[in-house]
Structure formats: C-alpha cells, structure tokens
Design a binder for this molecule. Sequence first.
Ligand code: SAM
Ligand code: SF4
Length: 476
Amino acid sequence: MKFTPETYKIPDVPMQSFIDTDEIWDYINNTVSTPQRVKEVVEKSLAKNRLNLEEVAVLINAGDAESIEIIKNGARELKKKVYGNRIVLFAPLYVGNKCSNNCTYCGFRASNTEAVRKTLSDDELVKEIEALEDNGQKRLILVYGEHAQYSPEYIAETVKAAYSVKKGHGEIRRVNINAAPLDIEGFRTVKEAGIGTYQVFQETYHREAYKTYHLRGKKADYDYRLTSLDRAQEAGLDDVGIGALFGLYDWRFEVMGLVRHTNHLEACYNVGPHTISFPRVKDASMLQLGDKYFVSDGDFARLVAILRLAVPYTGMILTAREPEKLRNELIQYGVSQIDGGTKIELGAYTEKTAAAGEHDLRRGQFRINDDRSLNQIIDELLRQDMLPSFCTSCYRLGRTGEHFMEFSVPGFIKRYCTPNAMLTLAEYLVDYAPEETAEKGWEVIEKNMPELNQKVQNQVREKIEKIKQGERDLYF
Ligand code: SAM
Ligand code: SF4
C-alpha cells in the first residue's frame, strides 16, 4: 500500500505535538475540488492507497451533489470489495464515573452536581459482566472517568476481572479500554493485563477550541493528550484508537486532524491507529453547549465516507449515540464495528426495571439514541444479509494489525475473517438466539459459504458441528 508523503510544518517526531492549526486551515481553504479531481482521489483510495492531507481536503471541499455521490459510492465500494459484509459487535461497560476534569460537554464533569456518582464494586462488576455474557456479548470496552481512583493498576484489575468471569458458555474474549491518557509506565501496566485497544479521543484537534472546553484538571493540557498514544506506543502498546468528538469545532478541521494523527503514528511508529471513532455530541445532564458546530446527518454521512477513503485499512466504530436509521445507512459507508444492547448508566446491565428508551441522564454520560437489544441488532444485520461477528482470533493469535492484513493481504478475509465471523455467529445462534433469529442466522451462514473455497468450507462445517456438540471458541 502506497502513501505519498507530504512535508508538514511540524515534522513528525515521537512524543511531540504535530498539529499545526494554520497549516490544516491552509489545506482546507486553498485546495480546489472538482468532480474530476474527486474521482481521481477516490480511485486512488480504491487502488488501496492512503490519502494525504491535500487529497483529503479535495474530498472535504467537494460540496456539490455529484461529488458527494462519488465519495459515498467510493466508500460503499471500498467497504464491499475490501471488507465484505461483516460487522463486529461489542458493548461498552461503564466502570466508574467519578471525574476530576470539567469537560463542558460531558455529564460526568466535576462541576455537574446533578450527576449520580458511582464506581462499580467488585461484586457489581462481576454481575454486570455476567449479565452481558448472558446476552451473548464477547467483546467489551471498559469506560472510566478521569480520577485518582482509576489508576493503571485499578484499570488492570478490572480488565483481569472481565476476562475471568465465565457464566455458562459465556466469556469475554477481548477487553478494550476508553480511559484517561496514562504515562508510559501506566500503559505498560494495562498492556500486561491483556487489554485490546486503548482508545483516547482528542475531542477537538483545534488547540484554541480545546482550551475553551477543558478549563481545568489534567485534561486541560492539549499536548499531553495529543501525545497519549505515542506514550502507548513507547510502552509497547501498539493497538490504539483515535477519535474526535464532532460538534466541538468545524467538522472539516477534525477530519483533517484525525488523518494528520494517523500520519503521525505511521511516520513515528510504522503502525496506524487500530480504530477511528467519530462520536457526535449528544444531550447530557446540565449540558450547555451552543450549536455553532453542530454536524448535520448529511455532513456526518459525508465525513464517515471521507474517513473510510482516507484511511482504508483502519477499523471504524459507530456507537449507539446515533439512531437506528442513521446507523443502518452509515454501515454501508465503511463502519466495521458497532455496539449492541448498549446501556451506559452505571450498573444498568444488571437492572431489569428501566424500559427501553428510558434514560436517567444524571446516571449516564450522555443520551444514547439506539436502545435496541443485542438480538434486535443481530436480527437487523441478518435481515440485510450482513454477517454479525464476535471474532477475536487475530488478536489472540498475535496477528496484530488485522485490519491492515484484511485490507492488504489477498485472501485474508476468506481464509480468516469470514470463517471466524460464521463460527462466532454459530455460537451465538446455539447459545443465545431466539428461534427466529437462529433460523435466519443459519441461512445467512449458508449464503456466505460459496465465498469460501471448498477446503475452508469443509473445515467451517466441521467446526460448526463441534459447536453444536458443545465445543466453544473454535477459530482459524
Ligand atoms: N474520561 C476519559 C476521557 O475523557 O478520555 C474517558 C472518556 S469518556 C468516558 C468517553 C468519550 O465520550 C469522551 O472521550 C468523549 O469524546 C465522549 N463524550 C463525552 N461527552 C459526550 C457527549 N455529551 N456526547 C457524546 N459523546 C460524549
Ligand atoms: Fe471526565 Fe472524560 Fe467526561 Fe471529561 S470526557 S468530564 S475527562 S469523563
């Protein structure tokens, strides 16, 4: 895969800031975009090349209907051709919402006196994980506020607890983290606990805007946050996730920032981010945020498609912050992971009382807009002939950089990803699915069989038989 490097005003040096605000605005303000140029850039991406900032600016500046269609169709084609029709499923688990920062957009901020503060006890943590396993979850992301109590050692303990809880056939096979940035020693500690991806979102890449949202606490230090994932890399943790919170500043700038961050990690560590997240700001307890930078659904779809084309090898995450209809649409443009059965109020997976759609904002970080159960999400994916996957095999076999391999190693998806998606779906169908979902699920597995060569088909069928006999965790 080729990347045409550019010379940046601030060169890429490990552990040093790399965002030059004026330079990013120069790209946005001075790059001309025509449908012809858009076509060329999209073709470059479809030929499996990374886009540089100038090329991303061409896509960002494409405002006419024809160009937007070219971009969306390009993202759709890339997704279909390169990744097939799998979607990986996960669930967030909020462990504690104490926070010493004061991010103005967040329900957990220290000054929010309405917030009901809670940290799960050991027993509550186990119960939450059991409840998640009972639903069929295999992949979690643990989420924490930034607080002295949530030290690297504490995070490591909760991760180990998540891996150790087994109920029936249930087990958690991958634990990702979204927590405050750590120092190098701290990243080492959580790596040793066996975490998957460590996510830190920059929130906004615009230094001045960043200041206005983060007036106090450790998070006020823009550069410390920007270099978080450099420290992770220095600690040997190369599985990192970046993100921007859309709605804090101009979306065009944030897209450029995310790509610049990717370029930085590639230049310094020879490995890009494992995942990119693009949350949009949602309602939160006592939220007072203007709508100056509100991102419309139309622009949101555009920016997702642009990110897909700009960094074709990276996983893209879309959460239950967004409503069902929009999620269904955006999946087409290259999203590879979604959460299902999501509850973000502390301790809510164990509660049976709250009806779907009922949220107590004082207990959660923000309002989610997709309340479907995991099974409802799986039903919908199957209805669209997509293959829901709980696969964790690459990471457990040490095949790191699997998105990169999916993207660049011929036959990788047919050899590993599709078979593993089928096997993890088969486990779900046997252990957790209602009859109707199971019927549809087996059909979709059959429909995908011809994609595989005869030898792999035989191996998959053999393994599915073993799953039906009670064996678990079979993968390629
Ligand atoms: N406390 C850690 C930190 O700030 O890095 C963990 C992150 S926080 C629990 C997870 C992410 O939620 C934040 O990085 C932010 O992007 C996002 N977030 C915060 N407030 C939000 C809101 N009102 N709507 C949508 N997302 C929000
Ligand atoms: Fe705390 Fe994170 Fe919320 Fe900021 S975004 S207030 S650091 S939990």
